[in-house]
Design a protein around this ligand. Structure first.
Ligand SMILES: [Zn+2]
Length: 243
């Protein structure tokens, strides 16, 4: 399949139907569709049958863990067993926005990683203020393919992230967010992938896949590489994440 741009973290379930259709008909993009809960997990599976530029992920967002029941987990496990799904996400631990549910978040995150290990799945991670803990749990479960979505953690952790061949997501927030700019400065080209996190908004910017071209130009300029060459590298990185 020919495509130009990688969006490795998008909530397609969060769009109005019309806008989503326009987006999905744009074959210049490959979309890794993350889920927030059971229904968006099923939704992503369905979309991936209709559109070949959608790579589906299933999972439960850390913000939704509070209301998650064992039967929800069983439904997701069922999808994993019965399909050839390759990615779990958006999963993780969030100590910044939902610290009150930390114990339940840890419990479910470990359950997801057990599944990732058992079924050889890649993991698309949400990790605000929990970067180190998440990293340690990935190592504990011997996870090989991990992606820290919109990474804004310490740059000092990049070395261990990269030495494990994990990836960090670079998001349109980079135009405003100093921490994210620092991450790009120290990250290797081999370990970054572009994403939108659409339709989320950050400080008034609508994070949208159509900003990814601008993100690529920004990265190319900072890393002093040609943007055409960078696009090829980003596609290769996505393939390694999914391999
Ligand atoms: Zn997200």
């Amino acid at each position: 399949m020919m495509y130009e741009y990688v969006d490795a973290h998008i909530h397609l379930h969060g769009f109005e139907e019309k806008e989503r259709e326009i987006l999905l008909k744009n074959r210049e993009f490959i979309f890794l569709a993350v889920a927030n809960d059971v229904s968006s997990s099923f939704f992503n599976m369905k979309l991936s049958l209709l559109y070949e530029n959608v790579i589906p992920a299933v999972g439960i967002h850390p913000w939704n863990i509070e209301k998650t029941k064992n039967e929800d987990m069983a439904k997701i496990e069922n999808i994993i067993k019965r399909t050839n799904i390759k990615v779990l996400g958006e999963i993780g631990i969030d100590k910044k926005f939902v610290p009150g549910t930390i114990n339940k978040q840890r419990e479910f995150f470990e359950r997801f990683l057990k599944l990732a290990k058992e079924y050889d799945l890649s993991v698309n991670l949400h990790t605000p203020d929990a970067w180190e803990e998440v990293f340690d749990i990935l190592i504990k479960y011997d996870i090989k393919k991990a992606y820290f979505h919109w990474y804004t953690g310490p740059v000092s952790m990049l070395e261990e992230i990269q030495s494990n061949q994990y990836f960090v997501g670079i998001n349109p927030a980079i135009f405003l967010q100093k921490k994210h700019q620092e991450v790009l400065r120290y990250a290797d080209l081999d370990n970054i992938i572009t994403e939108s996190d659409a339709p989320y908004k950050y400080k008034g910017i609508y994070l949208h896949p159509e900003k990814i071209e601008e993100v690529i130009n920004y990265i190319a300029e900072r890393k002093k590489v040609d943007s055409k060459y960078l696009k090829i590298r980003l596609k290769e990185n996505l393939s390694r994440f999914l391999s």
